[in-house]
Unconditional design. Structure first.
Length: 202
C-alpha cells in the first residue's frame, strides 16, 4: 500500500538580497497573486555595486517595480535602471515599468516618476499610479483613508486608499480631438484623441 506524502509547508516570503538588487515578495500587492523569479546582480555600469530595494506590485494586472528615491544610490540614472529592471530576462521577469516614489514636504503629498520598460518617461500610467499610492501609504509618506495629492513629472493627480481599494483621479484633459479618421491595415476607423497626462487614442 502506497504511503501518502505529506504536503510541504509553504514558507512565508521574505525580502531577499542578491548582488545589487533585492526584492520583497511579501510586500502588499493590488489584486494580484505572488510571483517568484530568480535574482541576479544588476549591471548598471555607472553605479557601484550596492543594495537596491524594490517592491514588485500589480495594479489590475500590470506589473511594476516600485522603489523609494531615498533607497537608490545618489546620482542613479533612472532611465538605465528602468531598462535593466524591466528586462524580460531580468530579476523580476516581465514588468510594465519602474516607479520611483518620493515624499513631499507638505502633508498628504508625494511625487512619483513613472518609466516605461525602454526608459522613456513623462507620461502617466493609471495602474502604476494606484501602486504608487499604496506604496506611499506603506512607507508612511501619506495616510490611508483620506484624500491625497501627488505629481508625476509636473502633472498633478489625486488619490485615496481605503482598505484594499485605491482610487486615482486624473486631471481634466488638456488636449482633445474628436472624430478622427484613421486608416489602419486597410481598415477605416473613427477615433478620438484625449490627453490626460498620457495621450490616448480611443
Amino acid at each position: 500500500m502506497a504511503k501518502k506524502k505529506k504536503a510541504a509547508k509553504k514558507k512565508k516570503a521574505k525580502p531577499v538580497l542578491a548582488g545589487s538588487t533585492s526584492k520583497s515578495e511579501s510586500a502588499p500587492t493590488i489584486n494580484a497573486p505572488r510571483h517568484s523569479a530568480p535574482l541576479r546582480p544588476l549591471a548598471i555600469s555607472h553605479l557601484p555595486l550596492s543594495p537596491m530595494l524594490f517592491t514588485k506590485m500589480s495594479g489590475a494586472g500590470n506589473l511594476f517595480a516600485v522603489t523609494a528615491a531615498e533607497d537608490l544610490p545618489t546620482g542613479s540614472d533612472h532611465v538605465a535602471l528602468a531598462r535593466e529592471v524591466c528586462e524580460v530576462q531580468g530579476p523580476f521577469g516581465r514588468l510594465d515599468g519602474l516607479i520611483v516614489v518620493a515624499p513631499e514636504a507638505q502633508d498628504d503629498r508625494f511625487s512619483m516618476a513613472f518609466y516605461n520598460p525602454d526608459g522613456t518617461s513623462g507620461m502617466m500610467c493609471g495602474n502604476g499610479a494606484r501602486c504608487a499610492v499604496r506604496f506611499a501609504v506603506n512607507r508612511g509618506y501619506v495616510a490611508a483613508g483620506r484624500d491625497l495629492e501627488f505629481e508625476n513629472f509636473g502633472t498633478g493627480y489625486r488619490g485615496r486608499l481605503d482598505g484594499d481599494v485605491v482610487r486615482v483621479a486624473f486631471p481634466d484633459p488638456h488636449a482633445m480631438h474628436l472624430d478622427l479618421d484613421l486608416s489602419v491595415a486597410g481598415e477605416e476607423w473613427r477615433l478620438h484623441f484625449v490627453d490626460v497626462g498620457t495621450p490616448h487614442l480611443i
